[in-house]
Design a binder for this molecule. Structure first.
Ligand SMILES: Cc1cc2nc3c(=O)[nH]c(=O)nc-3n(C[C@H](O)[C@H](O)[C@H](O)COP(=O)(O)OP(=O)(O)OC[C@H]3O[C@@H](n4cnc5c(N)ncnc54)[C@H](O)[C@@H]3O)c2cc1C
Length: 504
């Protein structure tokens, strides 16, 4: 291994990681200011090879149409839709940005990355049926969700979701809601299209097989990044004015290395995932929906089981899961030392406190890890009673690193969302966490621009461009039905989204 150290003369922005977050930020920055010199450093050999790859995530365009964990029941029994509204608005923002990319011939063929798939919430048992009915009644009050349809009618359900209804106990009460506006998104294909354009048309340099090892802020405010070429073993130093750590599960260790005070006290809790992938084409063809259920008690919100139609590389697929698990790796292609190496004196207390407060989660993950192949099929049978083991194959999904952070009262808390942490006068920002994830990449990156490019964001030039990219930029969609209708019909037309008419 060669330890040569070369130097380069610097760049404006370095994006660490070639997933959907870096692609989105790179694309926005290049559209806002084509003169910016941007370089990307990625440890793997291609873009979107970790969580953003289609097989590593569920591909749900999260709009809160079917995800019951976004609408918790309050102690008084009413349903809180605040989070659902926020997520649905964020996805509308993502669709507008993607429509802009298509309209401007920046990326091609919307069908290669986004398709309409009905989003269905399906529940069984009296309590769950009551919950779903209340949730439906609360949600249809908001224009974002007023096309939602609710049914307890078994004949209707057989038409919507035959696999789920065949062989089901007729005494068990069931109910479902359906939103035809739901989507399946191949975030991997989208990410790779954005990187292709950035590399080939915008001159953005992308260094694959390059792992970032160190980050240090210089006295002049710039960042020095030490990067290792994993093929030659050569180490290089690069200089840049801004750094975005979009390294997915690998973001926490890099944030720690940056030594910004704002990053102190954060820890990570990795949750791995597995899917059952259907290998029987006749079964795959019988299902056309994303069917989300209710999470088991004590389970993390992102492990809500779902039976999903997917479109990957032009082919229809069927996946069930995810089954959660525990691994000390922060990335699917990471190291078992990732978790132990991330523990520092500054995050030890928050990590222990969060661990002690989440014993039910630990127990849930241990139970999941101990599941036998037959246990997994039993879980699938809750959704698809006639499932046969020989039709399904186990696949490994991506790794998620949940955020643990300091808390004045509790010592530390475990969080399931995403968070942008920035410091050093906003010259460095890192994205921690993984949920709701890729669907909200555009809103997350807008908030990062608002924070780190404060001096540019309010200029007329950037405001005009932002409104061209995202026509509803700066306006509430939930509170403006006419604008929402306008934006939805525009994005549906450009993205080729033609919802199948609900069979009511
Ligand atoms: C099981 C599962 C299901 C999910 N389902 C959904 C879903 O249905 N809908 C949705 O919207 N989101 C979903 N998500 C979340 C979504 O996949 C992620 O939020 C999103 O892909 C994160 O993108 P990213 O760019 O931050 O990270 P990634 O795509 O993981 O990219 C990070 C990149 O950084 C690189 N890297 C790491 N460390 C270094 C280093 N030191 N030097 C150089 N490069 C480095 C990695 O190799 C990787 O390529 C799911 C995630 C999982 C795991």
């Amino acid at each position: 291994m060669n330890n040569n150290t070369a130097e380069n003369n610097g760049t404006d922005v370095v994006l660490i990681g070639a997933g959907i977050m870096s692609a989105t930020l790179g694309m926005m920055l290049k559209e806002l200011n084509p003169d910016l010199k941007i370089e990307v450093l990625e440890r793997l050999d291609g873009a979107a090879a970790e969580s953003s790859d289609a097989w590593n995530n569920a591909g749900t365009g999260h709009s809160a149409f079917c995800e019951l964990n976004y609408t918790p029941e309050k102690p008084d029994g009413s349903i809180d839709i605040t989070k659902a509204v926020r997520i649905a608005e964020s996805f509308e923002i993502s669709k507008q940005f993607w429509a802009y990319l298509i309209k401007n011939n920046i990326i091609e063929l919307p069908t290669s990355f986004i398709r309409n798939i009905p989003h269905i919430s399906f529940v069984w048992g009296n309590d769950n049926v009551d919950f779903l009915r209340k949730r439906y009644e609360a949600m249809v009050q908001c224009h974002l969700f007023d096309e939602m349809v609710y049914t307890e009618d078994r004949e209707q359900l057989k038409e919507w979701i035959p696999l789920v209804m065949e062989g089901r106990d007729s005494a068990d009460p069931v109910a479902a809601t359906r939103m035809d506006l739901g989507t399946d998104v191949n975030f991997g294909a989208l990410t790779r299209s954005m990187f292709d354009y950035l590399q080939n048309k915008c001159g953005m340099e992308t260094h694959f097989g390059h792992e970032v090892r160190k980050l240090k802020q210089m006295e002049d405010g710039r960042w020095r990044i030490t990067v290792k070429d994993l093929q030659t073993g050569e180490k290089r130093k690069m200089y840049t004015r801004y750094v975005f750590i979009g390294a997915g599960g690998g973001a926490l260790p890099l944030l720690e290395k940056s030594k910004i005070p704002e990053g102190k006290g954060y820890g990570g809790f990795p949750v791995s995932g597995q899917w059952l992938r259907c290998i029987n084409r006749s079964v795959i063809e019988k299902h056309e929906a994303k069917v989300y259920g209710k999470a088991a008690v004590g389970s993390p919100p992102m492990s809500v089981p779902h039976l999903d139609t997917r479109y990957i590389n032009g082919k229809r697929e069927l996946l069930f899961g995810p089954y959660a698990g525990f691994s000390t790796k922060f990335l699917k292609r990471g190291s078992f030392m990732d978790l132990p190496k991330s523990i520092k004196p500054t995050n030890l207390r928050p990590m222990i406190s969060a661990g002690l407060q989440n014993m039910s989660l630990t127990k849930y993950l241990i139970d999941q890890v101990r599941q036998s192949p037959l246990d997994r099929i039993e879980a699938l049978k809750d959704f698809y009673p006639d499932a046969r083991p020989e039709d399904w194959k186990l696949e490994v999904a991506g790794q998620r690193v949940q955020i643990i952070k300091k808390d004045a009262d509790k010592g530390g808390v475990l969080e399931f969302g995403t968070e942008v942490v920035s410091g050093a006068n906003c010259t460095l920002a890192a994205l921690l966490g993984a949920s709701p994830g890729a669907s909200t990449a555009v809103s997350i990156m807008l908030s990062l621009l608002e924070r780190c490019f404060m001096h540019r964001i309010n200029t007329e030039e950037w405001q005009v461009k932002l409104k061209e990219m995202i026509p509803s930029y700066g306006q509430s969609l939930a509170g403006n039905p006419a604008l929402l209708d306008q934006v939805r019909s525009y994005t549906s037309e450009v993205l080729g989204l033609v919802p199948a008419t609900a069979k009511r």
